[in-house]
Design a protein around this ligand. Structure first.
Ligand code: AOF
Ligand code: ZN
Length: 399
């Protein structure tokens, strides 16, 4: 708690430590506000145990707000998922989450859930900075101020340029004690797609594939694409329910005739199904054009993946799942368009020419896309590996 990630000491210069007490001094206005929000002076001796227990209860309640937020994962696009809880006397008295774009925001749902006049001792925990302008709904900051809240704890600042710290300032200017930055990493990663899209206008791109241990997609086109087990395929399908669009190349449509539906997922809405084709030659009777979701299929002819992504972003598509085939995955890798990979490894060696990520490849190892925040999950005989792209500066190829 008191390490480099401690939310309190990150904001303070610790002057002295004696026994149980430390002398802390906020070194900027932000920190002063932070200390005041705990009822502490910005330059003061503080009991370490008191400090730690305050911080721990903040995390406990923010975790509850995160749990609320997760209930709407995959259902709020193009809005973020947000959760809130109202705490009175160290107990959660009301909860709320943002259900769909256009519906009331998490804070408002939570305050309505409480229903009564807010007592002075109440604290509102919300995973994302309250919004401060009118969009589909009116500003949450107004409602929070009107409700008479005295303390608000925020998981992370909203990167949406319309808000980005403005909500925090408005609340503080209204005399509300505000603490920002509790379980920040969790609160931020919950909205990784929204966070990219709202800043760049382009969707967050996840490349997904099932491959053999030697990095092959299939032995030959048309042969069973089931390198991975049914459990791994179910796991992968769940991902479809969380994205706004699934993108495949024309060859995949011709050979595999996929459905690209979010089946098995509860309450899933059907993501856009996007086909990239050079020739425009696609089988008219393919499932994508004839099933009950036919109107959710888009075809782009002769367009680069980059152009397609930009266009999808304009259609409020915040996240995209690249499902293959290999040619498209290779292009996406070469063009550095992949933000996250989700690879399922099957316990099989197929050999042969159908690589999972062909294309030009990196000219030197330093230019390869390196992955951070790696996750490994065992699914029966398969392993699901996830990671986030880090694009190094391009190095010249040695002479
Ligand atoms: C919050 N609480 O629960 C959510 C927020 O068009 P609107 O009015 O729904 O506003 C959408 C923006 O508000 C969205 O882009 C994001 O920045 C923020 N979302 N804010 O205070 C919420 N969902
Ligand atoms: Zn709002």
């Amino acid at each position: 708690m008191l390490g480099s990630k401690g939310p309190i000491l990150n904001r303070a210069v610790v002057q002295y430590v004696t026994g149980r007490r430390i002398f802390v001094e906020g070194h900027e206005t932000k920190s002063h506000n932070f200390f005041r929000s705990w009822g502490l002076l910005p330059r003061a001796w503080v009991d370490i145990h008191l400090l730690m227990s305050l911080a721990r209860s903040d995390e406990r309640f923010m975790r509850a707000a995160l749990k609320e937020a997760r209930r709407a994962l995959g259902q709020t696009s193009p809005n973020p998922v947000v959760g809130a809880v109202l705490v009175i006397d160290n107990r959660i008295s009301a909860k709320g989450h943002h259900r769909h774009a256009g519906c009331p925001h998490a804070e408002i749902v939570c305050l309505r859930d409480f229903g009564n006049t807010i007592p002075a001792a109440a604290t509102l925990y919300v995973t994302l900075e309250p919004c401060s302008t009118t969009g589909r709904t009116s500003p949450c900051t107004d409602e929070i101020i009107k409700a008479g809240l005295k303390t608000v704890v925020i998981g992370t600042v909203d990167v949406n340029p319309r808000h980005a710290g403005r909500g925090v300032t408005l609340l503080q200017d209204a005399g509300i004690k505000v603490r920002v930055g509790v379980l920040t990493e969790e609160c931020t990663s919950l909205n990784e797609a929204f966070n990219k899209w709202i800043v760049t206008g382009r969707p967050f791109v996840v490349a997904k594939c099932g491959m053999s241990l030697d990095g092959r997609l299939t032995r030959r086109p048309g042969e069973s694409r089931w390198i991975t087990s049914a459990a791994a395929r179910r796991h992968a399908h769940a991902l479809r329910a969380q994205v706004d669009a699934i993108v495949v190349g024309a060859a995949t449509v011709r050979i595999d005739n996929p459905r690209l539906t979010a089946r098995n997922a509860q309450q899933a809405r059907q993501p856009w199904r996007v086909v990239l084709t050079r020739s425009g030659k696609l089988p008219r009777h393919a499932r994508l054009f004839t099933d009950r979701f036919a109107e959710r299929t888009l075809v782009y002819r002769g367009k680069s993946l980059r152009t397609v992504l930009t266009d999808l972003g304009k259609r409020n598509v915040t996240s995209v799942l690249l499902e293959g085939g290999g040619e498209m995955l290779g292009q996406a890798l070469d063009a550095r368009l992949i933000d996250k990979v989700q690879v399922y490894l099957g316990p099989i060696l197929t050999g042969g020419p159908v690589l999972a990520f062909p294309g030009r490849g990196a000219s030197v190892t330093q230019n390869a896309v390196h992955l951070d925040r790696i996750g490994y999950q065992k699914l029966g005989q398969n392993v699901c590996i996830t990671g986030y792209s880090r694009f190094p500066e391009r190095h010249p190829r040695p002479e």
